[in-house]
Design a protein around this ligand. Sequence first.
Ligand code: ADP
Ligand code: ADP
Length: 225
Amino acid sequence: QMILEGKALCKYYGEGENQVKAIHQVDFSVKKGEFISIVGQSGAGKSTLMHIIGGLDRPTSGEVIIIGTSIYSLPVNQLAVFRRREIGFVFQGFNLVPSLNVWENIILPIGLDGKKADVGYIEDILNTLGIYEKRTNLPTTLSGGQQQRVAIARAIASRPAIVLADEPTGNLDSRSSGDVLDLLRLSVQKYNQTLIVVTHNDEVARLADRTVRVVDGSIAVEALQ
Ligand code: ADP
Ligand code: ADP
């Protein structure tokens, strides 16, 4: 059962001889519950691909289907609602709001859609991620690893079907990287989510069920592990 399908995805920047084909004719599908890593050199097209499959960046051509919905066929405002509901993003920078405490940061996106947070579920997430005791702390009082766990909690608080993480451990030392990645895997498994991680880190990539390598805007190898 495919949860995400990218079909003939292209993303071109510029015109004529200066045109850059960031992504060219990429087909890409992900099964429900899978953990996929996307690897490749700097400039290969990983971020572009991630932004396209995450509904952040419209492809030049091609189609992205998530849970049966062709997302770029949606009106822009509906695409934003769909994205907030079904896709959780974790970035390298934690992007927490410094004036809000941990709990307020986590429920912020839910409030944007005028919904009420499921308090029991969010408490469970905080316990799973080991930051329940920090729920009233401001982000600046937390370590990098703790801040990234807050960002993970925020990403999964709306119960998205898919979690997209771009270098989620890129700002962390190797010890907290391992902890954060284990907790990310544990929580997506617990809540039945599908995980796609973009990474330069081979150790991170190896943990995935499947690795997709992007070379010059195309998918080169799909290795089963
Ligand atoms: P990666 O994430 O693998 O480092 P990117 O997806 O960021 O690769 O970039 C792929 C290619 O597209 C690179 O050649 C990059 O310079 C180019 N590119 C990315 N974004 C833009 C943009 N906004 N305008 C022009 N070229 C871009
Ligand atoms: P790189 O992978 O090239 O080192 P980053 O991972 O910081 O760079 O960012 C990759 C892309 O993701 C950039 O184009 C940036 O604009 C975008 N990005 C980073 N953080 C966010 C965010 N919180 N929301 C939306 N886009 C983001």
